[in-house]
Design a binder for this molecule. Structure first.
Ligand SMILES: [Zn+2]
Length: 165
């Protein structure tokens, strides 16, 4: 269990329940699935209200770049955010080289940016809606691609290449 928020440094958390019985029944969730979602979405930093899912994305960024999240925010890293990446948007938008694109104004399958325009692509609730997600963002940002949805762990470049073929 995470004990310090990578975003704000708070050590105070609260476990909120985000699913209710009627919704669990309607979605046909098993008990462990409901527990997982409640934890992922409801375990929240009391300092900055970032939930576990977003804290794990921030943590993954610190591991990829070998710096604190605060130093990452002050860096020149060129970040493309495809649809607001949960609670992290408020942090990302403070970065000098931050670009936010949102559907339907921008279609991820037809990103208008030149090749290698970004060092990092982050997104939230996006990949499951398009047919070839890796191929879509690969041309504009080859190095690192982080997904809030997929548990927020970075995929090595060779895996991305294999998947995009
Ligand atoms: Zn926090």
């Amino acid at each position: 269990m995470i004990t310090t928020c990578p975003c704000c440094g708070s050590t105070k958390f609260v476990s909120n329940t985000v699913l209710w019985d009627g919704l669990i029944k309607e979605w046909g969730l098993k008990k462990d699935e409901a527990t997982y979602i409640n934890r992922q979405q409801g375990y929240t930093c009391q300092g900055c209200e970032t939930n576990l899912r977003s804290m794990m994305l921030a943590y993954a960024i610190t591991q990829v770049y070998g710096m604190t999240f605060q130093d990452f925010l002050k860096s020149d890293i060129r970040i493309l955010e495809i649809n607001e990446a949960g609670h992290l948007n408020k942090y990302f938008k403070t970065m000098r080289n931050h670009t936010l694109v949102e559907y339907p104004e921008i279609d991820m399958m037809h990103l208008p940016h030149r090749a290698n325009s970004f060092d990092l692509v982050v997104h939230s609730d996006t990949m499951e809606h398009i047919s070839e997600p890796i191929k879509a963002a690969w041309p504009v940002a080859q190095p690192v691609f982080l997904s809030v949805k997929q548990g927020s762990m970075p995929l090595p470049r060779n895996i991305l290449k294999k998947r995009s073929n």
